[in-house]
Structure formats: C-alpha cells, structure tokens
Design a binder for this molecule. Structure first.
Ligand code: GUN
Length: 293
C-alpha cells in the first residue's frame, strides 16, 4: 500500500506557483490578486479564509479579505460582487460559503463574472468543464485529479466509483474521471444516499472517490484488493487525543481499507491540502489570463 501524500504534493505545487509568480514579476507583470469575501463569523469559514489568505501571501500573490457582518443584505452583497467584477486590479475572487439563510447563494454565485470565478462554481465554468472546454475547475475535484496524476495512477478503462453527488465534489469529479484523456477515460458510477447496491458497486471499483460526508462509511469488506481510494470526507469527530477535543475523520475506515488498497489518501493530509493549492493554481491562471482574456 502506498500513501498518497497530499501535504507533500501541495508543498511542491506551492513552490512551483511561487516560482511562476517570481518570473511574472521579473517580466514586469504584477502578481495575481485574489480577494475573499467573508460574511459573518462561521468558525469553519473563518479558518478556511484565513488559510487561503495566508497561502496567497506565501506564494507571492496579492490578497485581500472583505468582511461583512451576517446581517448584510443580499443587495449589498451583490453590489460588492459587482464592484469586484469591475475592479481591474482583482484577477479572481471568491465568496466563502455558506452564506446566511436570507441570502440566495446561487444568485450570488451567478452574479460573479465567470472570468474571475476561481472557485469554478459559476454555471458557465461548470458547463464548460462538463463538455471539456478550458475553465476554472473547482478546487476539490481539481485537487483529486492532480493527486492521481502526480502519483501516475492508471485511470484509462478503470471503473471509478464516486460516492456522493454534491455539486462541489461528486458531480464534477465524476465528469473529470470520465472525460477523454489522462487522468480520465474511466467508466464512472455515481452512488449516493439512495443507491441500493452500493456495496456491490464498491466491490467492483478500481478507484473509489468517497465524498459522502459520512465518517468511516467505506469499510474493508466493501473494497477489492488493489483498489485506489481517495477520501474526501472531513467530519469533525470528538477525540480524547487532541487539545481541541476534535479530530478530522474521513469517509473511509482507514485501517481496514488501507490493508487492501494499492494507494490511499489519509485524512488529514490527503485531499485537504490540495484544495487550497488548487484555488491558488486557478488564481495564477486568472492572473495570467490563460483561460479567459
Ligand atoms: N465553503 C466550503 N468550501 C468552499 C469553497 O471551496 N469555496 C467557497 N467559496 N466556499 C466554500
């Protein structure tokens, strides 16, 4: 069994991005700029945004965080989006989700100029991805395929089972794994909470991407020998072994499944670190106007 080390891969990509930013500056270009919009004080969102901002500065990007209290109106947030759409100094921006209940998230996502949508959530980017056109691919699916690529894992003709059908992970990663080329060319089955023969499907899988958000869901008796397992789950579960009293648990019962797997991602340290780095890669592409002029 080989552990897929997302921490090491993301550190390597971070160096590659920093080097490119250095070259941009040397060529007289300005560094790419990412702005994150954060509404309210959700603990998870605060942590993610702080981490995105910090990583931006580490790779040499320019970065700002715009904060609003959770009583901001939808119209005010739309006005902020419009301002960022029109600000030529901003290459890409994200509105951190979830948003307060009184704001229509989809309306906000669709108001973002797709050419600055480095989250890859706008329907134009989602649609372009699904038909294989250049676009911003959302960070987690992009991070997953990058890991498979960096470990030279064979995907052509393999049966890939995706557990979960979320818009952020399950659906897009199923699209990427079935598209022409590498990594791709898989036969993909998407299973979800209503699937009746989920265990049989998993037993036939060469590659399993688990993104259900159910800690420890995939057990050792649900996988075949030699399977490649990518665990996207990050549920906080109580723990007596950490200072915080919590630890992250993936969707995979790691000890059981690792015994049979050829490759497996740990949680934490697998897909997680790849997600922020994929956002950085999209920001670099936005800065260089490599996808949209
Ligand atoms: N909330 C959880 N993950 C994400 C993400 O990737 N982007 C944004 N904007 N919000 C999130």
């Amino acid at each position: 069994m080989q552990l897929i080390d997302g921490k090491a891969v993301s550190a390597q990509i971070k160096k590659e991005i920093a080097q490119e930013v250095g070259e941009m500056r040397k060529a007289g270009m300005r560094a790419p700029k990412l702005v994150a919009v954060l509404v309210g004080h959700d603990g998870g969102s605060e942590t993610y945004v702080a981490s995105k901002h910090k990583t931006c500065l580490e790779v040499g990007f320019d970065s700002d965080v715009i904060r609003f209290e959770s009583d901001i109106t939808e119209a005010e947030l739309l006005a902020c989006v419009e301002q960022l759409n029109n600000d030529d100094s901003v290459d890409g921006f994200i509105v951190q989700l979830p948003l307060p209940k009184h704001i229509n998230e989809q309306k906000i996502i669709e108001a973002i100029d797709y050419r600055k949508d480095v989250d890859g959530f706008h329907p134009i980017n989602v649609g372009r991805m699904s038909i294989g056109l250049p676009c911003f691919v959302s960070a987690t699916p992009a991070g997953i395929v990058e890991l498979l690529k960096r470990y030279h894992i064979e995907t052509k003709g393999k049966h890939c089972v995706v557990l979960g059908r979320s818009n952020i992970v399950g659906k897009p990663v199923a699209g990427l794994m079935s598209q022409k080329g590498y990594p791709g060319d898989c036969t993909v089955t998407v299973c979800h909470s209503r699937s009746e023969n989920l265990k049989e499907m998993c037993l036939q899988a060469d590659i399993i991407i688990a993104a259900l958000g159910v800690p420890g869901f995939l057990k050792g008796d649900m996988v075949k020998e030699g399977v490649v397992v990518v665990d996207v789950g990050t549920t906080r579960v109580p723990s007596t072994e950490t200072k915080s009293g919590f630890r992250l648990k993936g969707d995979v019962e790691f000890d059981e499944v690792a015994k049979k797997a050829s490759y497996i991602t740990p949680v934490p340290g697998g897909v997680g670190p790849m997600t922020i780095i994929s956002l950085m890669k999209n920001t670099l592409l936005a800065g260089k106007k490599e996808i949209y002029k």
